[in-house]
Write a protein that binds this ligand. Structure first.
Ligand code: SAM
Length: 228
């Protein structure tokens, strides 16, 4: 599939069945056991990023690009902690939901903006660029271009998460079952950590902090890369 076709599939998914599914998972309403497990795993990823950034002690006023922001699960608490957050997502529906979740919090208006945009068309410079649980939707051959572009936007650091390839295929299958759209065309791709580290290195970044987050159905390698 061409890059453009792949993106169209992902965008259509997150504007239709994927939107309904992920809005529920990333919410606080009732969900099934698998979805609850994924919700909790994803929350651990969000909490870990917040912990890292708060520990640095310079979050207020820091410019942050949250590429593929979904419903704002990270963007909103980051803005609440004082960062200036530019959230964007390829899906108009996800962005609209993020805006809806943020809009009643008046204190956020100055600190938070949401745009419907593919991450590869993003421009500007941000102190920190974050991209959580997005790469899972793209095959390996598209990853170098995506990460290189994220690096080009980052003055200082990139934080991203991906599903590591070292895990058993059975887990890949479980993750794959999270995307049961009518055509089953939206797949889950795992990525080799060594490949990701090499792409960062090629772009002048080195790994600073990293951790693994795993529940029964959610697996995510979280890494922070600093411009060297
Ligand atoms: N990062 C968010 C979080 O962790 O809460 C959302 C994660 S969700 C699994 C993946 C998100 O990536 C979806 O909202 C989807 O629309 C978005 N996405 C997929 N491909 C994208 C792209 N090329 N550019 C921007 N967003 C993209």
């Amino acid at each position: 599939m061409s890059v453009a076709d792949e993106k169209t599939v992902v965008r259509d998914y997150f504007n239709s069945t994927g939107f309904d599914r992920w809005r529920r998972i990333y919410g606080d309403g009732q969900v099934n056991k698998v979805q609850l497990d994924i919700r909790q795993g994803h929350q651990q990823t969000v909490d870990q990023v917040l912990e890292w950034l708060k520990a640095d002690g310079n979050l207020p006023g820091l410019s942050i690009c949250d590429a593929g922001c979904g419903v704002g699960s990270l963007s909103i608490p980051l803005a609440e902690a004082g960062a200036i957050v530019y959230g964007s997502d390829i899906s108009e529906k996800m962005v609209a939901e993020a805006y809806h979740r943020a809009k009643d919090r008046l204190s956020l208006i100055q600190k938070l903006s949401f745009t419907a945009q593919d991450l590869e068309t993003l421009q500007g410079r941000y102190h920190t660029v974050i991209c959580l649980d997005v790469l899972i939707h793209y095959p390996q051959d598209q990853i170098p271009e995506m990460i290189s572009h994220l690096c080009s936007l980052a003055e200082s650091r990139v934080i991203l998460s991906f599903a590591p390839k070292t895990l058993a295929l059975t887990i890949l299958k479980k993750v794959g079952e999270l995307f049961p759209g009518p055509s089953k065309t939206t797949r889950a791709y795992q990525h080799r950590e060594a490949d990701i580290v090499k792409i960062f290195s090629d772009n002048g970044f080195s790994i600073q902090r990293q951790t693994m987050i795993g529940t029964s159905f959610y697996y995510s390698r979280l890494i922070e890369a600093i411009r060297s």
